[in-house]
Design a protein around this ligand. Structure first.
Ligand code: ZN
Ligand code: ZN
Length: 449
């Protein structure tokens, strides 16, 4: 039986439409059970449950909580595309939907990604469209995209449970992407400029810092001179980091930001342990490395001035994102068909202020990272909500499923060609070597015994 590519796309999108309530309810259920990176056990269980309900096999425990479906196989051999959904939420303490115990909340809309990922799978399976394709599709629910809770993750690294900090970085390292040739993920956005569906743009690279200042406790009023104040050391370091800003070039898109996670334990005692979690972002990894040296000097300066000690942990962060322009073009064409070209935004390849571990993946294989409307408020803010689940879940599911068909359509074998015409910047081995070279752990001692 022969069928046209357009007819097949129609059947797949119809199946997604038929399952819209199921997909939206699944996305809402995920939002009601938000968990942060590498703690997404309830969320992973929900993904596994729904895979079981559609008889889709899977393996679990990828980078602690990741769930990877078996391939939805095509009629013949060909490349394998991962359609990705991120499992993790954020911590936004004053968000009305935040978990009362953990403050976890889906204030970045990752719950919708799991819905649209499932939508692509259901569309292909129910319509049996996969049976016409040269190549396979894997649904991959992945952990820990948000780079938060640095101390928790460093402990996981020190315990040998993780090698890298972000979910996709770790999945690359442990080989969970070895049988994947290309990947896509659609992210919800609150930016009205993004319209209903958008594509293009890139993201910043970064390095993650976890810093401990070690001082000496003493009575804060009775004998302050007997102590070494770790909080004051951190204060000087924070001031020094800020003072570096005049050396940053605008075009390098440098961002330096962070939080004090522990500032002392009792007001009447000179703080002896003070902890910072910081981030340095920039247009390229070389720029990030350069700024990182200035930040390390600033941190040491704080410790040196107060005669304290400082532990500086540097953890390889995300790499800048490259989206494959040919897959972007296919996606735009499909998005135009679904929502009308007046509701599709194409971004130039300028960098947003954010970062993502899709950037890491993009350095070793062709990827796209489109965005969908339907969210309101400020991303990562306390007023972030999904206002229109149809826009955030169903539209991207349809346009991704149609793009999968374009990529694996037998007469064209587009993905095969894209892979043979584009050498990614890094091999997996080179990627791991680069990231390992960006891990640091130094202890500078200025405290007299
Ligand atoms: Zn986010
Ligand atoms: Zn996000």
């Amino acid at each position: 039986m022969s069928i046209s590519k357009e007819e097949l796309k129609k059947q797949v999108t119809q199946e997604i439409e038929n399952n819209k309530d199921k997909l939206i309810n699944f996305s809402k259920d995920i939002a009601e059970n938000a968990e942060t990176g590498y703690r997404e056990s309830k969320t992973a269980a929900k993904v596994k449950e729904i895979f079981k309900s559609i008889n889709l096999g899977f393996t679990d425990g990828h980078a602690i909580t990741g769930v990877k479906s078996e391939p939805i196989k095509g009629k013949s051999e060909g490349p394998t595309i991962a359609v990705i959904g991120e499992l993790d939420g954020l911590i936004v303490k004053d968000h009305p939907l935040a978990d009362p115990k953990t403050n976890a909340v889906h204030a970045c809309g990752h719950n919708c990604q799991l819905g649209s990922m499932l939508g692509v799978g259901l569309g292909l399976i129910n319509s049996k469209a996969n049976q016409y394709l040269n190549g396979n599709v894997v649904l991959f629910a992945v952990p820990a995209e948000e780079t938060i809770e640095n101390e928790y993750r460093i402990n996981l690294i020190d315990e040998g449970k993780l090698g890298f900090m972000s979910g996709k970085q770790e999945l690359i390292r442990i080989g969970s992407f070895d049988d994947i040739d290309s990947a896509m993920l659609s992210h919800a956005t609150t930016n009205p400029e993004d319209k209903d569906l958008s594509i293009g743009g890139t993201s910043l690279g970064h390095v993650v810092k976890y810093v401990e200042f070690h001082g000496r406790a003493s009575h804060a009023a009775g004998a302050p001179y007997a102590g070494v104040n770790a909080l004051k050391a951190a204060n000087i370091a924070m001031m020094a980091m800020d003072l570096q800003r005049e050396s940053f070039k605008d075009e390098d898109r440098i961002r330096v930001h962070g939080i004090l996670t522990e500032g002392g334990t009792a007001t009447n005692s000179i703080p002896s342990i003070v902890k910072l979690e910081w981030r340095i972002r920039g247009r390229t990894i070389d720029i990030v490395n350069e700024v990182n040296e200035k930040i390390d000097r600033s941190l040491r300066a704080g410790a040196m001035a107060m005669g304290a000690n400082v532990r500086i942990r540097s953890i390889a962060g995300n790499l800048p994102m490259l989206q494959n322009s040919e897959i972007n073009d296919l996606y735009v064409n499909n998005a135009n068909n679904i929502v009308g070209s007046e509701n599709v935004k194409i971004h130039p390849d300028t960098q947003s202020g954010g970062s993502t571990d899709m950037g890491d993946l993009s350095q070793i294989m062709p990827i796209i990272h489109p965005r969908s409307g339907g969210a309101i408020g400020v991303g990562h803010g306390n007023d972030y909500f999904i206002d229109d689940y149809y826009k955030s879940v169903i539209n991207p599911a349809k346009s991704m499923a149609m793009t999968v068909i374009d990529l694996l359509w037998p007469e064209e074998n587009r993905l095969k060609q894209i892979i043979s015409n584009n050498v990614p910047p890094y091999s997996k081995k080179q990627y791991i070597a680069l990231q390992e070279s960006r891990m640091g752990n130094e202890f500078s001692e200025y405290m007299k015994s």
